[in-house]
Design a protein. Structure first.
Length: 157
């Protein structure tokens, strides 16, 4: 009976370890997903704000050109407008590159956290349960030997 209880206890422990590991992995995945979404939203907001700022700058350039009596097709005005658009595009590319870098760092951190999760392997679980069963069997055999020894001593005595 003691051996069976030991095996059942070990099996329950292994199942508990597996469930805890599964819950940890789920929490790590949820955290990684939340950080990725935060990175996406932050990059989108930065790009949106930068686009708005570029449109305001281009409007100021057009307004100043109109007030100065210059045509919008003037070489200098066209150059200023193209420079503004190019600077905005470069800033947006930097934002995307930074987001990719943050996403990779987030992924690396999640992978590091996954590696620290203690999840029992099938072999490890089998060995734990087998060792428990062997220990229980050994205890039963010892008890049988003691009973046999006492029985032999009573028969002699």
């Amino acid at each position: 009976m003691v051996g069976v209880t030991s095996v059942v206890g070990t099996t329950a422990s292994v199942i508990g370890q597996a469930q805890a590991a599964k819950a940890q992995n789920k929490a790590i995945a949820a955290q990684a997903e939340a950080v990725a979404e935060e990175n996406r939203l932050s990059a989108s907001a930065d790009m949106f704000e930068r686009d708005r700022a570029a449109r305001r700058e281009q409007a100021r350039i057009r307004t100043a050109a109109g007030e100065a009596g210059l045509g919008l097709n003037s070489g200098a005005i066209t150059q200023l407008l193209m420079d503004s658009a190019m600077q905005n595009e470069l800033a947006n590319q930097r934002t995307l590159a930074n987001r990719e870098s943050r996403d990779k760092a987030n992924e690396a951190e999640a992978n590091s956290m996954y590696s620290k999760v203690q999840s029992p392997t099938l072999l490890g679980a089998g060995l734990q349960i087998g060792a428990s069963a062997a220990s229980g069997w050994s205890g039963v055999q010892d008890a049988k030997l003691k009973v046999q020894t006492k029985t032999k001593q009573k028969a002699k005595g």
